[in-house]
Ligand binder design. Sequence first.
Ligand SMILES: [Fe+2]
Length: 333
Amino acid sequence: MDEATSIEGLREGVLRVERLSYRGKHYRLPIFDPADPVVLRARPGRASLASSADSLVLRDVHSLWDPARFREPRRPVSLGVLDAAELAVFTTSGAVRVLDLPIKMPDCDEYRLPRALAQFAGVVQRIVDVEHAVNPQHGDYHAYLTIDQRPVTPGTLHREAPCHVDGFQGARWHPRCRLNHSYTVSDVLPTAYYPQPFDFAGLDERVHDFFWEMNAQVADTAEAHRWQPRPAELTMMDAYCVHRGVEADAPTERTWLRLSFEERRRVFDRLGNAHNPLFDYAWEMVERDIEQLGLVAYRKDGDPSLRVFPWQGVDGRPLPAGAPKTRPVLRPR
Ligand SMILES: [Fe+2]
């Protein structure tokens, strides 16, 4: 048992935690006990959607990725807000953090949670009830679960990032795959979305960092279109919903969940992703991150914070360990 483990203790159902680092990023991989899993099945008849009329997210479920669709502003769909009882379970402290853990595989309609993640079963059930109601092709998809629970200090983000989308299909993905769609919820500090038209004509996915251009186009409007769901509101977005986390202004404990649906070709074999022992698979896990692609900014003007990674200073040099991450200036003076 390593030192951190003995200090923090292990959630019941976690056998041990493995550590992994590459390119300055550090991961903790929980190794789950497969005994006594929580197995869920969708009940689409109970699906509850708080908003759905004219939703582009629902219209485009199972469509092929097409960056031209960024021109249509779109908001996530609401599935409603967690009630107090649901929220109490969801936010139980000591949650196990996982990154893109597959809990459903294509051609299987069971959602399998290691018992250490049982506190999330209620929210996952709500999500999969909706998924099977709105996506007739659900059998073609993986579902990947990410859980992040931790204290957020003032002026920082729970998950630092530029404006971005989940499920961007860069140069690696040809022919194009079906569109990612993801359900998310957080108890506090709901994500900010930017339902505005984005125009990427002129950008080359092999050359340009599209997320930096998203920063630039949000900054062009000084965040005029920013929209946030309510705390504990469960929403569904797709890979054209540009978003970014929101800074805390006081010390805040935050619990955040994402369940991403990705078609069968989209195997998330990134080193650092958690393994689910409730499925029989052995993907070769590889180092993969956007930095290694060597992408550059399309626009060289505007605030330099719009075109660096959070771990870089505005001069592009890596920040010292422990320094505050660089935030994109989205409301330029
Ligand atoms: Fe995201």
